[in-house]
Design a protein around this ligand. Sequence first.
Ligand SMILES: NC(=O)c1ccc[n+]([C@@H]2O[C@H](COP(=O)([O-])OP(=O)(O)OC[C@H]3O[C@@H](n4cnc5c(N)ncnc54)[C@H](OP(=O)(O)O)[C@@H]3O)[C@@H](O)[C@H]2O)c1
Length: 227
Amino acid sequence: MKVLVIGGSKGIGKACAEQLLESGNEVIVAARSNNSISHLPLEFIDLDVLEDVSSLEDFDELNGLIYCPGSINLRPFHRLTGEDFKNDFELNVYGAIKCIQSCLPALKKGKGSVVLFSTVAVQQGMAFHASVAASKGAIEGLTRSLASELAPHIRVNAIAPSLTDTPLAGALLSNDKKREASEERHPLKRVGNAKEIASMAVHLVSENGGWITGQVIGIDGGMSRVR
Ligand SMILES: NC(=O)c1ccc[n+]([C@@H]2O[C@H](COP(=O)([O-])OP(=O)(O)OC[C@H]3O[C@@H](n4cnc5c(N)ncnc54)[C@H](OP(=O)(O)O)[C@@H]3O)[C@@H](O)[C@H]2O)c1
């Protein structure tokens, strides 16, 4: 398979790139930096999804697109500004829309599969998550809508993780006390790691996930469903 991982330089996206390479796939990573992946045998595209992404139109054929850029901007609602909501939407949603649109012909040709990222905080109400939940809720709507419109040529799914140990979650896991409190909140009594989220993304883009579309899959230590 030939798979484009947008935001594959860190965290879950980097783990996706590593797992795809391990199973012999061709991987292209698009991100703003490549320091932590320069040792990997992949193609790198210097790209900021908040800017012009038309360079992605150059692909002839793609079998997968995984869109990883996202935010965790947690604040009481009264302290969230309009700019916060707009910025979260630009990165989480509009960035994904631009990238998918640019890759659409290549994905159609490659009978491709798109994987997007939501959060557990869409299905489970959580204080201070208003901005990120609003954006990721849009991702869930986009996932189902595109899955319908693009079937049977392109499959579209999303993963909704709970707290996962990546650079993005660094501030929430920055000391033992915070980590223990987060672990305690989850029915499975730990936070997630990038590899276990990535393995679902890889499953969804691969042939083994070939009958799955329009789904939002929770990987959350039981957080969304279990008391
Ligand atoms: N970690 C969690 O606890 C958690 C929980 C729920 C949902 N999620 C979602 O899961 C997804 C992956 O999260 P993560 O924790 O792996 O995030 P991460 O550690 O911040 O990694 C994000 C990746 O996206 C790239 N990126 C960020 N801004 C970009 C931009 N403007 N243009 C291009 N690339 C950009 C980063 O690379 P560069 O900096 O090199 O550009 C990096 O490779 C996100 O959508 C996040 O919202 C994560």
